[in-house]
Design a protein around this ligand. Sequence first.
Ligand code: PGA
Length: 251
Amino acid sequence: MRTPLIAGNWKMHKTVAQSERFISGLLPLLYAADGVEVGICVPYTDLQAMVDSARGSRVEVYAQNMHEAPEGAFTGEISAEMLTEIDVHGVVLGHSERREFFNETDTALAEKLLAARAAGLAAILCVGETEDQRTDGATESVLKRQLERGLALLDAEALAELVIAYEPVWAIGTGAVATAEQAQEACAFIRSRVAVIDAAAAESVRILYGGSVKADNAAELLALPDVDGALVGGASLEPESFAAIIGAAVS
Ligand code: PGA
């Protein structure tokens, strides 16, 4: 059985003071979240505060990006060791906004996944097609390419412990959530591509759905056989809506 993971992606939202208010609002709402892993993916400047405030709770703290090199002349970047030193649990890699606005490539992502693994960071790799690609019938070929290139450097053990988030770009921040059928079909396809690399890893790898997940659609998505959790943007910014989605993952 795969443990459900509900991860909130704050993107470029919340100062330290705002993040502290959020976490003190969220923690009391999680008393009944047994069996669900909870993550928050926060801006770099909030990491230390959230690690300290979430310590001892079920909330794990993730960064939203990381550089693949251990150190070097990469102005503005952060290494895996800089994250593990302050007890950050994991990192989200390859979000479509990073791919689109910051030229994140599949090749760099493969190296980032390897670096995260070597440092002991949990990783969530995001994949997903744009609206045009879906309309063109290219959804599966896009996912196949992103996975083949992104997963190229991981061994079976690392693959089994990886989290992959299926986030159709057209559903992110738009309110246009994928239908249950679309989400299940894509997540099953992703699992089948992992199985091509390693059948056992495909059984263990957790696949999240992301894109306009809200309290009122979460239960249907989370009940799908190949959906093991959710990556939540907008609805993770308020403790109440985020806690409601976490509640929908409790079995
Ligand atoms: P959304 O964002 O829930 O606001 O659509 C999801 C994401 O970008 O991870």
